[in-house]
Design a protein around this ligand. Structure first.
Ligand code: UDP
Length: 256
């Protein structure tokens, strides 16, 4: 343990190159996705990713509320990301704060760029993301859940949107940061990828890294997204294939 002021900083990378939970730098946490668990929503998905637990529900295309947001030539995508008061160690004050407004906005913009919005003028596609338990990477878990929920709702999209955060932890570029790595690491870079085209539709960064580290992070994030994509597709197949399929695989490491 090191310390800065009163804060104890855990050792984030062990001498043999492992992370605080034993993962290698390019390993994902366990990911499990269930498509369509909510019967009253048009589409839904539940994601358990490490210690994150996230539910997404989708409604629409439906009438726009508030009415003045209506667009004559396309659907609008509205997103509400919410972190439950009981989802974190220190109770979070319920309701909208700047962080959830920012996350809702970037997620809505990411989906607006992959949904065929021109096909549904004067409507709204509403995405609700509820974080029930949080351990870093909840916006990415939210994008993954919402993406499967949109597909479950039958909303036409260019592709599913896998998403993951890469970061710099103890000087190493690591995939899929957990809370201690997010809190005490040097940088955090959440992203969402359109797998077919390789286009990034969400990219944020907190902290500092060099140009080389950024490029290494993007490569690792893209590989991570491609693994996550397979788990998303398997969850949809599990719900929609006529033949009973094998259990949804759990992602763990991009090399597998
Ligand atoms: N967090 C918290 N309280 C808050 C906001 C965040 O405890 O009010 C924790 C939570 O575990 C979250 C992590 O800090 O997942 C990282 O938050 P960040 O803002 O980086 O977003 P995320 O990584 O969840 O997308």
């Amino acid at each position: 343990m090191g310390s800065v002021g009163a804060k104890e900083i855990p050792q984030l990378i062990t001498p043999d190159g492992r992370r605080i939970d034993g993962r290698l730098p390019d390993e994902l946490r366990q990911l499990r996705i269930v498509a369509g668990p909510l019967h009253r929503a048009d589409g839904s998905a539940y994601v358990e990713w490490g210690l994150n637990k996230v539910m997404a529900a989708v409604y629409g295309p439906r009438e726009v509320h508030p009415r003045h947001l209506q667009q004559n030539n396309k659907a609008i995508v509205q997103c509400k990301y919410n972190m439950a008061a009981f989802s974190v160690d220190e109770r979070k004050r319920p309701g909208l704060d700047r962080r959830s407004q920012e996350i809702s906005k970037v997620i809505a913009e990411a989906f607006e760029s992959v949904i065929f919005v021109e096909e549904f003028p004067r409507t709204s596609i509403d995405v609700y993301i509820e974080v029930l338990q949080a351990n870093a990477g909840t916006r990415c878990a939210g994008v993954v859940a919402a993406s499967v929920a949109l597909a479950d709702a039958g909303i036409p999209m260019v592709d599913l949107l896998p998403s993951v955060a890469v970061g710099k932890v103890g000087g190493k570029i690591c995939l899929d940061l957990k809370k201690e790595e997010d809190n005490f690491g040097e940088a955090d870079l959440p992203m969402a990828l359109v797998p077919q085209s390789g286009r990034l539709v969400l990219l944020q960064m907190e902290g500092h890294m060099t140009r080389d580290e950024l490029s290494q992070s993007l490569d690792l994030g893209v590989k991570g997204c491609r693994s996550i994509y397979e788990v998303m597709r398997a969850a949809l197949r599990e719900k929609y294939s006529v033949e009973p399929s094998a259990a949804t695989p759990a992602a763990a490491g991009v090399g597998q």
